[in-house]
Design a protein around this ligand. Structure first.
Ligand SMILES: Nc1ncnc2c1ncn2[C@@H]1O[C@H](COP(=O)(O)OP(=O)(O)OP(=O)(O)O)[C@@H](O)[C@H]1O
Ligand SMILES: [Mg+2]
Length: 180
Protein backbone atom coordinates (compact mmCIF):
# COMPACT_ATOMS: atom_id res chain seq x y z
CA UNK A 1 0.00 0.00 0.00
CA UNK A 2 1.59 3.24 -1.15
CA UNK A 3 0.43 6.75 -0.24
CA UNK A 4 1.14 9.69 -2.54
CA UNK A 5 2.30 12.71 -0.55
CA UNK A 6 3.79 16.12 -1.39
CA UNK A 7 7.23 14.75 -0.55
CA UNK A 8 6.79 11.63 -2.67
CA UNK A 9 5.34 8.15 -2.21
CA UNK A 10 5.19 6.66 1.29
CA UNK A 11 5.00 2.95 1.76
CA UNK A 12 2.31 2.30 4.38
CA UNK A 13 2.38 -1.44 4.17
CA UNK A 14 4.60 -3.86 2.32
CA UNK A 15 4.78 -7.59 1.75
CA UNK A 16 1.95 -8.64 4.04
CA UNK A 17 0.21 -11.95 3.69
CA UNK A 18 -2.41 -13.17 6.11
CA UNK A 19 -5.46 -15.33 6.05
CA UNK A 20 -8.16 -15.70 8.65
CA UNK A 21 -10.87 -18.31 9.04
CA UNK A 22 -14.15 -17.99 10.89
CA UNK A 23 -13.76 -17.88 14.65
CA UNK A 24 -10.12 -16.89 14.52
CA UNK A 25 -8.72 -13.72 15.92
CA UNK A 26 -5.60 -11.87 15.04
CA UNK A 27 -3.66 -9.20 16.86
CA UNK A 28 -1.37 -6.90 14.88
CA UNK A 29 1.60 -5.76 16.92
CA UNK A 30 4.28 -3.44 15.58
CA UNK A 31 6.16 -0.24 16.12
CA UNK A 32 4.52 3.11 15.47
CA UNK A 33 4.21 3.75 11.74
CA UNK A 34 4.63 0.08 10.80
CA UNK A 35 1.25 -0.08 9.04
CA UNK A 36 -1.24 -1.53 11.55
CA UNK A 37 -3.93 1.11 10.97
CA UNK A 38 -3.27 1.01 7.23
CA UNK A 39 -3.89 -2.76 7.25
CA UNK A 40 -7.21 -2.26 9.07
CA UNK A 41 -8.21 0.55 6.68
CA UNK A 42 -7.51 -1.69 3.69
CA UNK A 43 -9.55 -4.52 5.22
CA UNK A 44 -12.40 -2.08 5.92
CA UNK A 45 -12.31 -0.82 2.34
CA UNK A 46 -11.39 2.72 3.40
CA UNK A 47 -8.01 2.56 1.64
CA UNK A 48 -7.38 0.59 -1.51
CA UNK A 49 -4.27 -1.57 -1.76
CA UNK A 50 -2.07 -0.36 -4.60
CA UNK A 51 -1.04 -3.93 -5.38
CA UNK A 52 -1.86 -7.43 -4.28
CA UNK A 53 -5.19 -9.05 -3.49
CA UNK A 54 -7.51 -8.41 -0.59
CA UNK A 55 -10.59 -10.50 0.00
CA UNK A 56 -12.93 -10.17 2.98
CA UNK A 57 -15.61 -12.83 3.42
CA UNK A 58 -14.83 -13.87 -0.15
CA UNK A 59 -15.54 -10.41 -1.56
CA UNK A 60 -13.70 -7.17 -2.23
CA UNK A 61 -13.47 -5.20 1.05
CA UNK A 62 -15.95 -2.52 -0.06
CA UNK A 63 -18.62 -5.16 -0.76
CA UNK A 64 -18.05 -6.78 2.64
CA UNK A 65 -18.26 -3.49 4.51
CA UNK A 66 -21.86 -3.94 5.78
CA UNK A 67 -20.70 -7.07 7.62
CA UNK A 68 -17.76 -5.36 9.28
CA UNK A 69 -17.55 -3.37 12.47
CA UNK A 70 -14.60 -1.02 12.71
CA UNK A 71 -13.66 0.88 15.82
CA UNK A 72 -11.12 3.58 15.03
CA UNK A 73 -8.25 4.47 17.35
CA UNK A 74 -9.82 7.91 17.73
CA UNK A 75 -13.41 7.50 18.83
CA UNK A 76 -15.01 9.34 15.86
CA UNK A 77 -18.28 10.00 17.68
CA UNK A 78 -20.76 12.42 16.13
CA UNK A 79 -20.60 15.51 18.41
CA UNK A 80 -24.19 16.57 17.73
CA UNK A 81 -25.63 13.24 18.86
CA UNK A 82 -26.03 11.96 22.40
CA UNK A 83 -24.28 8.77 23.53
CA UNK A 84 -27.47 6.79 22.90
CA UNK A 85 -27.97 8.32 19.45
CA UNK A 86 -24.34 7.62 18.57
CA UNK A 87 -24.85 3.93 19.34
CA UNK A 88 -28.11 4.00 17.38
CA UNK A 89 -26.26 5.47 14.42
CA UNK A 90 -24.34 2.24 13.82
CA UNK A 91 -27.67 0.40 13.68
CA UNK A 92 -29.36 3.04 11.55
CA UNK A 93 -26.83 2.73 8.75
CA UNK A 94 -27.36 -1.02 8.74
CA UNK A 95 -31.11 -0.67 8.37
CA UNK A 96 -32.27 -1.86 11.81
CA UNK A 97 -35.89 -0.89 12.59
CA UNK A 98 -36.33 2.13 14.84
CA UNK A 99 -37.86 0.21 17.76
CA UNK A 100 -35.09 -2.40 17.69
CA UNK A 101 -32.41 0.28 17.40
CA UNK A 102 -33.40 2.02 20.59
CA UNK A 103 -33.57 -1.19 22.65
CA UNK A 104 -30.26 -2.54 21.32
CA UNK A 105 -28.49 0.78 21.83
CA UNK A 106 -29.67 0.87 25.45
CA UNK A 107 -28.50 -2.72 26.04
CA UNK A 108 -25.04 -2.01 24.67
CA UNK A 109 -24.66 1.25 26.56
CA UNK A 110 -25.56 -0.67 29.68
CA UNK A 111 -22.94 -3.28 28.79
CA UNK A 112 -20.24 -0.61 28.85
CA UNK A 113 -21.66 0.88 32.09
CA UNK A 114 -22.92 4.08 30.48
CA UNK A 115 -26.65 3.74 31.00
CA UNK A 116 -26.63 6.87 33.15
CA UNK A 117 -24.89 8.85 30.44
CA UNK A 118 -27.22 7.95 27.57
CA UNK A 119 -28.34 11.56 27.08
CA UNK A 120 -24.89 13.12 27.37
CA UNK A 121 -23.18 14.52 24.29
CA UNK A 122 -19.60 13.39 23.53
CA UNK A 123 -18.22 16.70 24.86
CA UNK A 124 -19.83 15.85 28.21
CA UNK A 125 -18.04 12.49 28.48
CA UNK A 126 -14.53 11.53 29.56
CA UNK A 127 -12.12 10.10 26.98
CA UNK A 128 -12.59 6.60 28.37
CA UNK A 129 -16.37 6.99 28.31
CA UNK A 130 -16.24 8.18 24.70
CA UNK A 131 -14.16 5.16 23.78
CA UNK A 132 -16.78 2.93 25.42
CA UNK A 133 -19.58 4.59 23.45
CA UNK A 134 -17.56 3.87 20.31
CA UNK A 135 -17.19 0.23 21.39
CA UNK A 136 -20.93 -0.05 22.01
CA UNK A 137 -21.60 1.47 18.60
CA UNK A 138 -19.27 -1.04 16.93
CA UNK A 139 -20.63 -4.05 18.78
CA UNK A 140 -24.36 -3.29 18.67
CA UNK A 141 -25.02 -4.48 15.09
CA UNK A 142 -23.20 -7.81 15.84
CA UNK A 143 -20.91 -7.59 12.80
CA UNK A 144 -19.40 -10.79 11.38
CA UNK A 145 -15.93 -9.29 11.63
CA UNK A 146 -14.75 -6.83 14.23
CA UNK A 147 -11.79 -4.60 13.46
CA UNK A 148 -10.50 -2.68 16.46
CA UNK A 149 -7.64 -0.19 16.40
CA UNK A 150 -6.06 0.13 19.84
CA UNK A 151 -9.21 -0.93 21.71
CA UNK A 152 -7.54 -0.83 25.13
CA UNK A 153 -5.73 2.45 24.74
CA UNK A 154 -8.03 4.53 26.88
CA UNK A 155 -9.88 1.87 28.73
CA UNK A 156 -9.07 1.08 32.30
CA UNK A 157 -12.59 -0.27 32.64
CA UNK A 158 -12.31 -3.87 33.81
CA UNK A 159 -15.71 -5.03 32.61
CA UNK A 160 -15.21 -3.56 29.13
CA UNK A 161 -11.70 -4.95 28.81
CA UNK A 162 -13.02 -8.39 29.79
CA UNK A 163 -15.82 -8.17 27.21
CA UNK A 164 -13.46 -6.86 24.53
CA UNK A 165 -11.08 -9.73 25.13
CA UNK A 166 -13.90 -12.27 25.07
CA UNK A 167 -15.32 -10.78 21.87
CA UNK A 168 -11.83 -11.04 20.36
CA UNK A 169 -11.70 -14.66 21.39
CA UNK A 170 -15.28 -15.74 20.71
CA UNK A 171 -16.60 -13.42 18.03
CA UNK A 172 -18.88 -10.42 18.23
CA UNK A 173 -21.18 -10.18 21.19
CA UNK A 174 -24.82 -10.94 20.63
CA UNK A 175 -27.86 -9.96 22.61
CA UNK A 176 -28.00 -13.53 23.88
CA UNK A 177 -24.46 -13.21 25.21
CA UNK A 178 -25.48 -10.00 26.90
CA UNK A 179 -28.37 -11.51 28.77
CA UNK A 180 -26.48 -14.61 29.89
N1 LIG B 1 -3.09 9.03 4.53
C1 LIG B 1 -1.77 8.87 4.56
N2 LIG B 1 -0.99 9.60 3.73
C2 LIG B 1 0.35 9.43 3.71
N3 LIG B 1 1.01 8.55 4.49
C3 LIG B 1 0.28 7.81 5.34
C4 LIG B 1 -1.14 7.94 5.43
N4 LIG B 1 -1.59 7.07 6.36
C5 LIG B 1 -0.50 6.45 6.85
N5 LIG B 1 0.62 6.88 6.23
C6 LIG B 1 1.98 6.39 6.48
O1 LIG B 1 1.97 4.98 6.43
C7 LIG B 1 2.80 4.41 7.44
C8 LIG B 1 1.96 3.47 8.31
O2 LIG B 1 1.03 4.25 9.06
P1 LIG B 1 -0.03 3.57 10.03
O3 LIG B 1 -0.94 4.66 10.48
O4 LIG B 1 -0.63 2.40 9.36
O5 LIG B 1 0.91 3.08 11.22
P2 LIG B 1 0.54 2.36 12.61
O6 LIG B 1 1.29 1.05 12.63
O7 LIG B 1 -0.93 2.29 12.77
O8 LIG B 1 1.19 3.35 13.65
P3 LIG B 1 0.70 3.75 15.15
O9 LIG B 1 1.07 2.59 16.05
O10 LIG B 1 1.51 4.97 15.44
O11 LIG B 1 -0.77 4.02 15.10
C9 LIG B 1 3.41 5.59 8.19
O12 LIG B 1 4.69 5.80 7.67
C10 LIG B 1 2.48 6.75 7.87
O13 LIG B 1 3.19 7.97 7.85
MG1 LIG C 1 -2.27 3.15 14.14
Amino acid sequence: MEFQTMSGPVRGLDDVSLGLRGGEFLVLVGRSGSGKTTALNVLAGLDTATSGEVSVLGQPPVAARPQLGYMFARDALLPWRTALKNVEFGLEVRGFAKSERRALARDYLDLVSLKRFADNYPSQLSQGQRQRVALARTWAPSPKILLMDEPFRRSTHRRVNRFTRSSCACGPLTRRALSS
